[in-house]
Design a protein around this ligand. Structure first.
Ligand code: AMP
Ligand code: ZN
Length: 466
């Protein structure tokens, strides 16, 4: 039975989807103004594991993961370069997906972009204006917090005494708001200013929060199962999403809310603004593998903070190497027919412990411990000759099951032999001599896929493994 912590109730609850066998989930995605750092990826990798575990439990998933492709930072950077926001974000969207895929994440079913959903945002804002949850002031549209008595139900922030801007977390900007807590739904911009969109209530651009209300409800319906994101999104972002959505529909927005804790570095939150971050690419350039980075990010349960260190990453590198060697060793083992009961029991226990751990608020640390226990016991069984062919199949099947959720063993790439590499290189040289460049490029790509890098030198072709 899957149980996890619901931020809305501040309790660990048993998961009951709204519709039997199906889960509708929304996770806030990146703002594509720069490269995502590995703190961002802690949140996204956890989202991926959440998704995969729900699939493991047999649910059919509709998972929406948005890209924020319009915000103040994007507008500022695009302006500075004198290009459109689309031109500015296009490469960062591409880099994001490259990193996301390289980290072994599954692509969610729907990955909408904010700028493609302005019409849906306008509809909600119009609805909020019509039903008194929003008002116009100096051309911009604001949410009227006093019209939504449930405001604060997610973040549990006590607003008493802060109504008129006492807290530093509440932005008291220059606009004339009725209440300091009120937030912008639509910001007035000049007719010729970019970016700007026409709406019945004026030419402008959306506030940050409205996009997630619009994209989640469009693809998941007015009420859905799970909404997630990093800890810092609880307030104001998710609190405001609830106010917008429930203020507009009068219905519960999301049944469960999940927030993952921060990745820190030297005990300070990793963030762009502090400059204390590493991107996925930084770590790749230093030679660390995507699997090790993923392993490190999953090594601590999502509700605990994780302190990033290079020793930790190095340790993760050795661990994933050990896991991969284990899988290879088991799959190459010559085993006698049948099964040894104690060996079979190790596999069954590991599978049961893995599921118990993940059912317990997605405890990835305990789930990994169950895997390591099995690896240790099966290694012993191997040396004692206690691995039968049925056990061998059961171990490989268990590894595949674990990895369908965690993705830390990675895909099995067949080791290409030196002799085969030499043969392919000779064939490539021959193809080039015959000016068959299509074939020569094909061979280069084939080798690149196996992590073999070719270097054309004056002394001929040299190659190395990456
Ligand atoms: P952003 O691209 O700034 O919109 O952030 C994308 C996601 O990364 C959000 O869910 C944030 O909560 C999350 N995030 C930002 N910094 C960290 C961090 N140091 N550790 C974990 N998650 C983070
Ligand atoms: Zn969001």
């Amino acid at each position: 039975m899957l149980r996890f912590f619901n931020t809305l109730s501040r309790k660990v609850e048993e998961f009951q989807p709204l519709e039997a066998g199906k889960v509708r989930m929304y996770i806030c995605g990146p703002t594509v103004w720069n490269f995502a750092h590995i703190g961002n990826f802690r949140t996204f990798v956890f989202g991926d594991v959440l998704r995969r575990y729900l699939k493991f439990k047999g649910y059919e998933m509709t998972h929406v993961f948005n890209l924020t492709d319009v915000d103040d930072r994007i507008i500022k950077e695009a302006k500075a370069r004198n290009i459109s926001i689309d031109e500015f974000t296009a490469p960062f969207i591409q880099y994001f997906w490259e990193d996301f895929d390289a980290l072994g994440n599954e692509r969610p079913e729907v990955t909408p972009r904010a700028t493609h959903h302005i019409a849906e945002m306008i509809d909600i804002i119009q609805n909020l204006l019509d039903n008194g949850h929003a008002y116009e002031s100096e051309g911009s549209i604001y949410y009227r917090i006093t019209a939504f008595p449930d405001y604060g139900k997610l973040s549990k922030i006590n607003f008493a005494g802060n109504i008129h801007g006492g807290s530093e977390r509440i932005d008291t900007d220059k606009y004339d708001k009725e209440d300091a807590r009120d937030f912008a739904l639509w910001k007035l911009v000049g007719k010729d200013e970019q970016p700007g969109w026409d709406a019945p209530f004026g030419h402008g651009r959306p506030g940050w929060h409205i996009e997630c209300s619009a994209m989640s409800m469009k693809y998941l319906g007015e009420t859905f199962d799970i909404h997630g994101g990093g800890m810092d999104l609880q307030f104001p972002h998710h609190e405001n999403e609830i106010a917008q959505s429930e203020g507009s529909t009068g219905k519960l927005f999301s049944k469960y809310w999940i927030h993952s804790e921060f990745l820190k570095i030297d005990d300070v939150t990793m963030s762009k603004s502090k400059g204390n971050f590493f991107t996925f690419r930084d770590l790749r350039e230093q030679g660390y593998s995507p699997l090790a980075i993923r392993y490190l990010l999953l090594s601590v349960p999502y509700r605990k903070q994780l302190n990033f260190t290079f020793e930790g990453l190095q340790g993760a590198e050795s661990t994933v190497e050990r896991l991969r060697n284990f899988r290879r060793l088991v799959s190459d083992a010559k085993t006698p027919a049948g099964s040894v009961p104690a060996t079979k029991a190790s596999v069954d226990t590991a599978l049961a412990d893995f599921e118990t751990a993940m059912d317990d608020d997605f405890n990835t640390a305990s789930a990994l411990a169950a895997i390591h226990d099995m690896v240790r016991e099966i290694n012993t069984a191997l040396t004692k000759g206690d691995l039968g062919s049925d056990d061998q199949a059961a171990v490989l099947d268990a590894v595949a099951k674990f990895d369908s959720v965690l993705g830390i063993f990675g895909t099995e790439v067949s080791e290409i032999l030196d002799a085969d590499i030499e043969k392919l290189i000779a064939e490539r040289q021959e193809a080039r001599r015959n000016r068959n460049f299509a074939r020569s490029d094909e061979i280069r790509d084939l080798l690149a896929e196996q992590n073999i890098i070719l270097e054309d030198t004056k002394d001929g072709v040299r190659w190395k493994r990456k």
